[in-house]
Design a protein around this ligand. Structure first.
Ligand code: HEM
Length: 361
Protein backbone atom coordinates (compact mmCIF):
# COMPACT_ATOMS: atom_id res chain seq x y z
CA UNK A 1 0.00 0.00 0.00
CA UNK A 2 2.77 2.41 0.92
CA UNK A 3 4.55 1.84 -2.37
CA UNK A 4 1.65 1.38 -4.77
CA UNK A 5 -1.13 3.57 -3.36
CA UNK A 6 0.60 5.88 -0.85
CA UNK A 7 -2.50 8.09 -0.67
CA UNK A 8 -5.81 6.42 -1.54
CA UNK A 9 -9.53 6.84 -1.03
CA UNK A 10 -11.38 3.87 0.49
CA UNK A 11 -14.94 3.91 -0.87
CA UNK A 12 -16.16 1.43 1.70
CA UNK A 13 -14.90 3.29 4.79
CA UNK A 14 -15.37 6.68 3.13
CA UNK A 15 -11.98 8.04 4.12
CA UNK A 16 -8.49 8.73 2.82
CA UNK A 17 -5.55 6.58 3.89
CA UNK A 18 -2.03 8.00 4.04
CA UNK A 19 0.87 5.54 4.33
CA UNK A 20 4.24 7.21 3.62
CA UNK A 21 6.36 8.69 6.41
CA UNK A 22 6.70 12.04 4.67
CA UNK A 23 2.97 12.36 3.97
CA UNK A 24 1.92 11.28 7.48
CA UNK A 25 4.27 13.87 8.92
CA UNK A 26 2.84 16.51 6.57
CA UNK A 27 -0.73 15.79 7.72
CA UNK A 28 0.19 15.82 11.42
CA UNK A 29 2.23 19.00 11.28
CA UNK A 30 -0.43 21.04 9.50
CA UNK A 31 -3.40 21.47 11.85
CA UNK A 32 -4.54 24.41 9.69
CA UNK A 33 -5.17 21.98 6.85
CA UNK A 34 -6.05 18.86 8.85
CA UNK A 35 -8.31 19.41 11.84
CA UNK A 36 -8.60 17.30 15.00
CA UNK A 37 -12.11 18.52 15.75
CA UNK A 38 -14.58 15.70 15.90
CA UNK A 39 -18.21 15.55 16.90
CA UNK A 40 -17.66 13.77 20.15
CA UNK A 41 -19.34 14.19 23.48
CA UNK A 42 -17.12 16.54 25.46
CA UNK A 43 -14.18 18.46 24.11
CA UNK A 44 -10.61 17.84 25.13
CA UNK A 45 -7.20 18.91 23.86
CA UNK A 46 -7.07 15.80 21.70
CA UNK A 47 -10.11 16.94 19.72
CA UNK A 48 -9.50 20.70 19.52
CA UNK A 49 -7.46 22.90 17.18
CA UNK A 50 -5.40 26.02 17.90
CA UNK A 51 -5.77 28.37 19.71
CA UNK A 52 -8.01 26.49 22.20
CA UNK A 53 -5.74 23.44 21.97
CA UNK A 54 -2.71 25.23 23.38
CA UNK A 55 -4.71 26.79 26.20
CA UNK A 56 -5.91 23.37 27.34
CA UNK A 57 -2.54 21.71 26.92
CA UNK A 58 -0.65 24.44 28.78
CA UNK A 59 -2.80 23.81 31.85
CA UNK A 60 -1.34 20.38 32.47
CA UNK A 61 1.99 20.59 30.67
CA UNK A 62 3.88 21.26 33.89
CA UNK A 63 2.62 18.01 35.40
CA UNK A 64 3.94 15.99 32.43
CA UNK A 65 7.38 17.46 31.73
CA UNK A 66 10.18 14.86 31.66
CA UNK A 67 11.52 16.33 34.91
CA UNK A 68 8.19 16.15 36.76
CA UNK A 69 7.66 12.62 35.51
CA UNK A 70 11.17 11.45 36.42
CA UNK A 71 10.30 12.26 40.05
CA UNK A 72 7.69 9.49 39.90
CA UNK A 73 10.30 6.81 39.16
CA UNK A 74 10.67 5.51 42.75
CA UNK A 75 6.89 5.13 43.13
CA UNK A 76 6.55 3.44 39.74
CA UNK A 77 9.29 1.02 40.79
CA UNK A 78 7.46 0.31 44.04
CA UNK A 79 4.17 -0.42 42.27
CA UNK A 80 5.95 -2.65 39.75
CA UNK A 81 7.65 -4.57 42.56
CA UNK A 82 4.34 -5.09 44.36
CA UNK A 83 2.62 -6.32 41.21
CA UNK A 84 5.46 -8.71 40.39
CA UNK A 85 5.98 -10.06 43.92
CA UNK A 86 3.44 -12.92 43.66
CA UNK A 87 5.03 -14.14 40.41
CA UNK A 88 8.70 -14.45 41.22
CA UNK A 89 8.82 -18.12 42.10
CA UNK A 90 8.63 -19.13 38.44
CA UNK A 91 5.56 -20.59 36.80
CA UNK A 92 3.06 -18.74 34.72
CA UNK A 93 2.15 -15.07 34.83
CA UNK A 94 -0.46 -13.25 32.77
CA UNK A 95 1.64 -10.32 31.72
CA UNK A 96 -1.31 -8.19 30.66
CA UNK A 97 -3.65 -8.74 33.63
CA UNK A 98 -0.96 -9.00 36.27
CA UNK A 99 1.33 -6.13 35.29
CA UNK A 100 0.78 -4.27 32.01
CA UNK A 101 -2.84 -3.26 32.79
CA UNK A 102 -2.72 -2.40 36.50
CA UNK A 103 0.59 -0.47 36.40
CA UNK A 104 -0.57 2.50 34.25
CA UNK A 105 -4.01 2.53 35.91
CA UNK A 106 -2.54 2.80 39.41
CA UNK A 107 -0.01 5.45 38.35
CA UNK A 108 -2.60 7.64 36.64
CA UNK A 109 -5.07 7.19 39.52
CA UNK A 110 -2.45 8.51 41.94
CA UNK A 111 -1.52 11.41 39.65
CA UNK A 112 -5.14 12.47 39.27
CA UNK A 113 -5.79 12.07 42.98
CA UNK A 114 -8.04 9.02 43.23
CA UNK A 115 -7.85 7.59 46.78
CA UNK A 116 -6.28 4.12 46.95
CA UNK A 117 -9.46 2.73 48.54
CA UNK A 118 -11.42 3.48 45.33
CA UNK A 119 -8.90 1.92 43.05
CA UNK A 120 -10.83 -1.22 42.16
CA UNK A 121 -13.90 0.64 40.99
CA UNK A 122 -11.65 3.08 39.24
CA UNK A 123 -9.95 0.32 37.29
CA UNK A 124 -13.32 -1.09 36.19
CA UNK A 125 -14.44 2.30 34.86
CA UNK A 126 -11.13 2.76 33.19
CA UNK A 127 -11.40 -0.64 31.45
CA UNK A 128 -14.90 0.04 30.13
CA UNK A 129 -13.74 3.34 28.66
CA UNK A 130 -11.62 1.53 26.06
CA UNK A 131 -13.53 -1.75 25.83
CA UNK A 132 -14.30 -3.18 22.38
CA UNK A 133 -17.58 -4.85 21.32
CA UNK A 134 -17.99 -8.58 22.01
CA UNK A 135 -18.42 -9.27 18.28
CA UNK A 136 -19.26 -7.47 15.03
CA UNK A 137 -23.05 -7.55 15.42
CA UNK A 138 -25.22 -4.45 15.68
CA UNK A 139 -26.61 -5.86 18.93
CA UNK A 140 -23.16 -6.12 20.51
CA UNK A 141 -22.41 -2.59 19.37
CA UNK A 142 -25.61 -1.18 20.93
CA UNK A 143 -24.96 -3.07 24.14
CA UNK A 144 -21.47 -1.62 24.38
CA UNK A 145 -22.69 1.93 23.69
CA UNK A 146 -25.17 1.57 26.54
CA UNK A 147 -22.53 0.25 28.89
CA UNK A 148 -20.16 3.08 27.97
CA UNK A 149 -22.78 5.75 28.53
CA UNK A 150 -23.57 4.38 31.98
CA UNK A 151 -19.86 4.20 32.70
CA UNK A 152 -19.26 7.84 31.76
CA UNK A 153 -22.17 8.88 33.99
CA UNK A 154 -20.66 6.96 36.91
CA UNK A 155 -17.26 8.51 36.29
CA UNK A 156 -18.82 11.97 36.21
CA UNK A 157 -20.56 11.38 39.51
CA UNK A 158 -17.39 10.00 41.04
CA UNK A 159 -15.13 12.84 39.89
CA UNK A 160 -17.72 15.46 40.89
CA UNK A 161 -17.56 14.06 44.39
CA UNK A 162 -13.75 14.20 44.49
CA UNK A 163 -13.82 17.75 43.10
CA UNK A 164 -16.02 18.88 45.99
CA UNK A 165 -13.52 17.42 48.45
CA UNK A 166 -10.55 19.06 46.71
CA UNK A 167 -12.26 22.45 46.60
CA UNK A 168 -12.46 22.35 50.38
CA UNK A 169 -9.02 20.90 50.85
CA UNK A 170 -6.63 21.05 47.85
CA UNK A 171 -3.97 18.34 47.58
CA UNK A 172 -0.85 17.87 45.52
CA UNK A 173 -2.72 16.18 42.67
CA UNK A 174 -3.98 16.93 39.15
CA UNK A 175 -7.60 17.47 40.18
CA UNK A 176 -6.56 20.23 42.56
CA UNK A 177 -4.28 21.73 39.91
CA UNK A 178 -7.08 21.76 37.33
CA UNK A 179 -9.62 23.25 39.74
CA UNK A 180 -7.23 26.11 40.36
CA UNK A 181 -6.27 26.64 36.70
CA UNK A 182 -7.52 29.52 34.58
CA UNK A 183 -7.78 30.20 30.85
CA UNK A 184 -7.85 33.95 30.07
CA UNK A 185 -8.87 34.69 33.63
CA UNK A 186 -11.62 32.08 33.72
CA UNK A 187 -11.67 28.89 35.75
CA UNK A 188 -12.40 25.60 34.04
CA UNK A 189 -15.94 24.34 34.44
CA UNK A 190 -16.48 21.14 36.42
CA UNK A 191 -17.34 19.45 33.17
CA UNK A 192 -14.00 20.48 31.66
CA UNK A 193 -12.09 19.18 34.67
CA UNK A 194 -13.88 15.81 34.47
CA UNK A 195 -13.30 15.61 30.72
CA UNK A 196 -9.63 16.17 31.33
CA UNK A 197 -9.42 13.28 33.76
CA UNK A 198 -11.36 11.01 31.42
CA UNK A 199 -9.04 11.94 28.56
CA UNK A 200 -6.02 10.91 30.60
CA UNK A 201 -7.60 7.54 31.36
CA UNK A 202 -8.70 6.91 27.80
CA UNK A 203 -5.47 8.08 26.16
CA UNK A 204 -2.95 6.73 28.60
CA UNK A 205 -3.98 3.37 29.96
CA UNK A 206 -4.55 0.88 27.19
CA UNK A 207 -1.77 2.44 25.12
CA UNK A 208 0.81 1.95 27.87
CA UNK A 209 -0.49 -1.57 28.54
CA UNK A 210 0.13 -2.44 24.90
CA UNK A 211 3.55 -0.81 24.85
CA UNK A 212 4.67 -2.99 27.76
CA UNK A 213 3.11 -6.11 26.28
CA UNK A 214 4.46 -5.46 22.77
CA UNK A 215 7.95 -4.93 24.19
CA UNK A 216 7.84 -8.16 26.22
CA UNK A 217 6.60 -9.93 23.12
CA UNK A 218 9.75 -8.87 21.27
CA UNK A 219 11.92 -9.92 24.22
CA UNK A 220 10.42 -13.37 24.37
CA UNK A 221 10.86 -13.74 20.63
CA UNK A 222 14.52 -12.71 20.94
CA UNK A 223 16.28 -14.41 23.89
CA UNK A 224 19.62 -12.91 22.87
CA UNK A 225 18.14 -9.42 23.24
CA UNK A 226 17.04 -10.36 26.78
CA UNK A 227 20.63 -11.28 27.59
CA UNK A 228 21.97 -8.08 26.15
CA UNK A 229 19.51 -5.87 28.06
CA UNK A 230 20.08 -7.77 31.30
CA UNK A 231 23.76 -7.02 31.04
CA UNK A 232 23.29 -3.46 29.81
CA UNK A 233 20.21 -1.98 31.52
CA UNK A 234 21.06 1.42 30.02
CA UNK A 235 19.99 -0.01 26.65
CA UNK A 236 16.40 -0.66 27.79
CA UNK A 237 15.30 2.89 26.89
CA UNK A 238 16.28 2.54 23.22
CA UNK A 239 14.61 -0.89 23.05
CA UNK A 240 11.39 0.77 24.30
CA UNK A 241 11.78 3.44 21.61
CA UNK A 242 12.24 0.80 18.92
CA UNK A 243 9.11 -1.00 20.18
CA UNK A 244 7.19 2.24 19.60
CA UNK A 245 8.41 2.19 15.99
CA UNK A 246 8.17 -1.53 15.26
CA UNK A 247 5.01 -2.48 17.18
CA UNK A 248 3.33 0.91 17.89
CA UNK A 249 0.33 0.67 20.27
CA UNK A 250 -1.48 3.28 18.14
CA UNK A 251 -1.16 2.55 14.43
CA UNK A 252 -3.47 5.20 12.96
CA UNK A 253 -4.42 8.82 13.70
CA UNK A 254 -7.55 10.55 12.30
CA UNK A 255 -7.98 14.08 10.97
CA UNK A 256 -10.53 15.96 8.83
CA UNK A 257 -9.48 18.07 5.82
CA UNK A 258 -10.39 21.73 6.36
CA UNK A 259 -10.05 22.75 2.72
CA UNK A 260 -9.43 21.15 -0.68
CA UNK A 261 -5.87 19.82 -0.57
CA UNK A 262 -3.62 17.92 -2.92
CA UNK A 263 -1.59 15.15 -1.31
CA UNK A 264 0.47 12.52 -3.12
CA UNK A 265 -1.12 13.61 -6.40
CA UNK A 266 -4.66 13.04 -5.08
CA UNK A 267 -7.34 15.67 -4.55
CA UNK A 268 -8.75 15.58 -1.01
CA UNK A 269 -11.90 17.65 -0.52
CA UNK A 270 -12.78 19.83 2.46
CA UNK A 271 -14.66 17.83 5.10
CA UNK A 272 -13.25 14.44 4.13
CA UNK A 273 -11.67 12.14 6.71
CA UNK A 274 -7.94 11.45 6.50
CA UNK A 275 -6.34 8.53 8.34
CA UNK A 276 -2.57 8.73 8.88
CA UNK A 277 -1.09 5.24 9.19
CA UNK A 278 1.71 5.61 11.72
CA UNK A 279 2.19 1.84 11.59
CA UNK A 280 3.08 2.08 7.89
CA UNK A 281 5.10 5.31 8.21
CA UNK A 282 7.20 3.72 10.97
CA UNK A 283 8.29 1.00 8.51
CA UNK A 284 9.00 3.34 5.58
CA UNK A 285 12.44 2.44 4.19
CA UNK A 286 12.91 6.00 2.88
CA UNK A 287 13.12 7.10 6.53
CA UNK A 288 14.47 3.98 8.26
CA UNK A 289 17.27 1.61 7.26
CA UNK A 290 16.37 -2.06 7.75
CA UNK A 291 12.84 -0.79 8.34
CA UNK A 292 11.31 -4.24 8.90
CA UNK A 293 13.93 -5.30 11.44
CA UNK A 294 13.83 -4.64 15.17
CA UNK A 295 17.10 -2.76 15.77
CA UNK A 296 17.15 -2.32 19.53
CA UNK A 297 19.77 0.44 19.56
CA UNK A 298 18.48 2.35 16.53
CA UNK A 299 19.73 5.96 16.49
CA UNK A 300 18.29 8.30 15.50
CA UNK A 301 14.81 6.85 15.82
CA UNK A 302 12.29 9.37 14.52
CA UNK A 303 9.29 7.08 14.83
CA UNK A 304 5.82 8.58 15.11
CA UNK A 305 4.48 6.15 17.70
CA UNK A 306 3.51 9.14 19.87
CA UNK A 307 2.26 11.15 16.90
CA UNK A 308 3.90 14.34 15.64
CA UNK A 309 3.41 18.11 15.89
CA UNK A 310 1.17 20.01 18.29
CA UNK A 311 -0.78 16.92 19.45
CA UNK A 312 2.40 14.93 20.14
CA UNK A 313 1.55 12.67 23.06
CA UNK A 314 1.38 14.59 26.32
CA UNK A 315 2.00 11.40 28.29
CA UNK A 316 5.08 10.27 26.34
CA UNK A 317 7.54 10.82 29.22
CA UNK A 318 5.25 8.89 31.56
CA UNK A 319 4.65 6.00 29.14
CA UNK A 320 8.40 5.74 28.45
CA UNK A 321 9.24 5.69 32.14
CA UNK A 322 6.62 3.06 33.00
CA UNK A 323 7.74 0.82 30.14
CA UNK A 324 11.39 1.24 31.10
CA UNK A 325 10.77 0.35 34.74
CA UNK A 326 8.52 -2.60 33.84
CA UNK A 327 11.00 -4.09 31.36
CA UNK A 328 14.04 -3.48 33.47
CA UNK A 329 12.41 -5.09 36.50
CA UNK A 330 11.10 -8.12 34.58
CA UNK A 331 14.56 -8.70 33.12
CA UNK A 332 16.31 -8.39 36.46
CA UNK A 333 13.88 -10.59 38.39
CA UNK A 334 13.33 -13.29 35.80
CA UNK A 335 16.08 -15.49 34.49
CA UNK A 336 14.37 -16.17 31.22
CA UNK A 337 11.10 -14.82 29.85
CA UNK A 338 9.18 -16.78 27.26
CA UNK A 339 5.64 -17.06 25.97
CA UNK A 340 3.75 -19.89 27.70
CA UNK A 341 3.66 -23.01 25.48
CA UNK A 342 0.63 -23.59 23.29
CA UNK A 343 -0.55 -20.02 23.42
CA UNK A 344 -2.36 -18.67 20.38
CA UNK A 345 -1.98 -14.92 20.16
CA UNK A 346 -5.22 -13.06 19.51
CA UNK A 347 -5.11 -9.48 18.22
CA UNK A 348 -7.11 -6.75 19.94
CA UNK A 349 -10.14 -6.03 17.75
CA UNK A 350 -9.47 -2.46 16.73
CA UNK A 351 -8.37 -0.65 13.59
CA UNK A 352 -6.30 1.82 15.60
CA UNK A 353 -4.76 -0.21 18.41
CA UNK A 354 -2.02 -2.79 17.92
CA UNK A 355 -1.61 -5.41 20.61
CA UNK A 356 -2.68 -8.85 21.80
CA UNK A 357 -5.49 -9.72 24.21
CA UNK A 358 -3.46 -12.03 26.43
CA UNK A 359 0.24 -12.68 26.82
CA UNK A 360 0.98 -15.42 29.35
CA UNK A 361 4.69 -15.73 30.15
C1 HEM B 1 -1.86 12.13 22.28
C2 HEM B 1 0.04 7.70 21.69
C3 HEM B 1 0.44 7.23 26.51
C4 HEM B 1 -2.06 11.30 27.07
C5 HEM B 1 -1.33 10.99 21.71
C6 HEM B 1 -1.15 10.78 20.28
C7 HEM B 1 -0.63 9.53 20.13
C8 HEM B 1 -0.47 8.95 21.44
C9 HEM B 1 -0.30 8.83 18.82
C10 HEM B 1 -1.47 11.78 19.17
C11 HEM B 1 -2.94 11.77 18.80
C12 HEM B 1 -3.25 12.75 17.70
O1 HEM B 1 -2.35 13.37 17.09
O2 HEM B 1 -4.45 12.91 17.40
C13 HEM B 1 0.31 7.20 22.95
C14 HEM B 1 0.99 5.95 23.19
C15 HEM B 1 1.11 5.82 24.55
C16 HEM B 1 0.50 6.99 25.16
C17 HEM B 1 1.47 4.99 22.11
C18 HEM B 1 1.72 4.74 25.36
C19 HEM B 1 2.66 3.97 24.94
C20 HEM B 1 -0.17 8.30 27.09
C21 HEM B 1 -0.25 8.55 28.51
C22 HEM B 1 -0.99 9.69 28.67
C23 HEM B 1 -1.33 10.18 27.34
C24 HEM B 1 0.36 7.69 29.60
C25 HEM B 1 -1.42 10.44 29.90
C26 HEM B 1 -1.36 10.03 31.09
C27 HEM B 1 -2.22 11.86 25.82
C28 HEM B 1 -2.92 13.11 25.59
C29 HEM B 1 -2.87 13.34 24.22
C30 HEM B 1 -2.13 12.23 23.62
C31 HEM B 1 -3.57 13.99 26.66
C32 HEM B 1 -3.45 14.53 23.47
C33 HEM B 1 -2.38 15.57 23.29
C34 HEM B 1 -2.84 16.76 22.48
O3 HEM B 1 -3.91 16.69 21.86
O4 HEM B 1 -2.13 17.78 22.50
N1 HEM B 1 -0.88 9.86 22.39
N2 HEM B 1 0.01 7.79 24.15
N3 HEM B 1 -0.81 9.30 26.42
N4 HEM B 1 -1.75 11.36 24.63
FE1 HEM B 1 -0.75 9.63 24.40
Amino acid sequence: LRENTPVRYDEHRECWDVFRYEDVQYVLKNPKLFSSERNRAGTSMLTTDPPKHKQLRDLVNQAFTPKAIEALAPRIQEITDELLAPHLSGGRMNLIDDLATPLPVIVIAELIGVPATDRREFKEWSDVLVKGARDDSEEAFQELEKEKLKNIQELYAYFTDIMEQRRLKPQDDLISLLLDAEIEGEKLTEEEVVNFCILLLAAGNETTTNLIANAVRILSEQPELQEELREHPDKVASAVEETLRYYPPIVAIGRVAREDIELGGKAIKAGEQVISWVGAANRDSVQFERADEFVSNRKPNRHMGFGFGIHFCLGAPLARLEARVALHTLLQRMERIHLAPETTLEPIQSAFVFGVKEYPI
